[in-house]
Design a protein. Structure first.
Length: 186
């Protein structure tokens, strides 16, 4: 085979490979899907958290239609924390203990270090959490949409985190709480 032909074939293969790789990246589709939908991830191993994620996503989808909220599942709470840490997902349902461990970098999170979690709202032994830089405006929308949601005969959400939680309240949730207090007669 001549040198010219070999160079031409190598160039053609390189161009074809670049075109194929650029057009079929699964990450682009994932980012587009994630930008359109508010995904609430919970651990598959915690059935109560999974049901709660379903209830929260249904409520958000009905109260904030542009959210197109959906529940998602990870295998374990550690996986939920890793999805939040890596910013693959923005909202998660964790037990108070798992959220405390992730926030402080202790327990199962000791190896990976602390995660800057913030509480959006508490659901008894579970917290709806996001990272500290999650949108305050979106947080206010979420907390407002979840106001009055009943979960296992308890009115939800409470704007304050569960008493055992050390994970600080998100600034948007605090703003919502301050705005709602005069209306609640506090």
């Amino acid at each position: 085979m001549s040198i010219e032909r070999r160079v031409f074939l190598q160039t053609a293969l390189a161009v074809a490979g670049a075109v194929l790789l650029a057009g079929h990246s699964p990450y682009r589709q994932w980012y587009a899907f994630r930008a359109k939908h508010w995904l609430i991830v919970a651990a598959h191993g915690d059935p109560q958290a999974s049901r709660l994620a379903d209830a929260v996503s249904e409520r958000l989808a009905s109260q904030v239609p542009e959210s197109q909220a959906m529940a998602a599942e990870a295998e374990t709470e550690r996986d939920v924390v890793q999805l939040l840490r890596s910013r693959q997902l923005e909202l998660g349902i964790l037990t108070v203990d798992a959220a405390n461990d992730a926030w402080s970098g202790s327990g199962t999170a000791r190896r990976d270090g602390p995660v800057p979690l913030r509480t959006l709202t508490a659901f008894g032994p579970h917290l709806l959490v996001a990272l500290d830089d999650y949108s305050s405006d979106r947080t206010m929308q979420i907390v407002a949409a979840l106001a009055g949601l009943r979960w296992q005969d308890d009115p939800l959400p409470t704007p304050r985190p569960a008493h055992e939680s050390h994970v600080p309240l998100h600034s948007g949730a605090a703003r919502y709480q301050q705005a709602a207090e005069p209306q609640l007669g506090r």
